[in-house]
Write a protein that binds this ligand. Structure first.
Ligand code: DQA
Length: 138
C-alpha cells in the first residue's frame, strides 16, 4: 500500500511555528517515526507553500496511489481549486489538521475541502496524521 502525506503552506515550519498551537516537533522527525511504525507502507511526503504545487501533486499521484493524507493548511478555508482537484482524482483523501480548528477563530471553522474528502481528523496534534493513515488502511 502506498500513501502520500501532503502538507500545505507554512507546515514546513512545524516545530518552530507557533509551538503552543502546533507543538515543537519537526515533521521530518515525526515522518521517520511513522515510517518505522508502518514498515509495510510506502509513505511518500510532499510539502508546498503554493496552491498550484499541491494541485499538481494531487494530479500526479491521484490515480495510482492508495490514499492521501492532506493537511491543506490555510488553503483549507479558501480553496475551491483544491476541492476540485480532490474531486478530480480517484484516490481517497483524508483531511487532517494538527489543531482543533473548531476551537479556534471562526474563519477556521469552515473547510472548502471537507465535502470532497473521505473523512476529516483534527485536533490530535501530529497524531492526527497517524489516525488518518489508520483510517486509510482500514
Ligand atoms: C492547520 C489549521 C489551519 O487553520 C491553519 O491555517 C494551518 C494548520 C492545522 O493543521 O491545524 O496552517 O491546518
Amino acid at each position: 500500500m502506498r500513501i502520500l502525506i501532503l502538507n500545505g503552506p507554512n507546515l514546513n515550519l512545524l516545530g518552530r511555528r507557533e509551538p503552543g498551537v502546533y507543538g515543537s516537533r519537526g515533521f521530518d522527525d515525526y515522518l521517520q517515526e511513522l515510517r518505522g511504525r508502518y514498515p509495510s507502507l510506502e509513505i511518500d511526503y510532499y510539502q508546498s507553500n503554493i496552491e498550484g504545487g499541491l494541485i499538481d501533486k494531487l494530479h500526479e499521484v491521484g490515480f495510482t496511489i492508495d490514499g492521501v493524507v492532506f493537511n491543506a493548511g490555510a488553503y483549507t478555508h479558501t480553496s475551491v481549486a483544491l476541492q476540485d482537484a480532490i474531486r478530480a482524482i480517484t484516490a481517497p483523501v483524508v483531511e487532517v489538521h494538527i489543531s482543533n480548528v473548531h476551537q479556534r477563530e471562526p474563519f477556521r471553522h469552515h473547510s472548502m475541502i471537507s465535502c470532497a474528502c473521505k473523512g476529516v481528523i483534527c485536533g490530535f496534534g501530529l497524531d492526527s496524521y497517524r489516525l488518518a493513515i489508520e483510517a486509510l488502511m482500514a
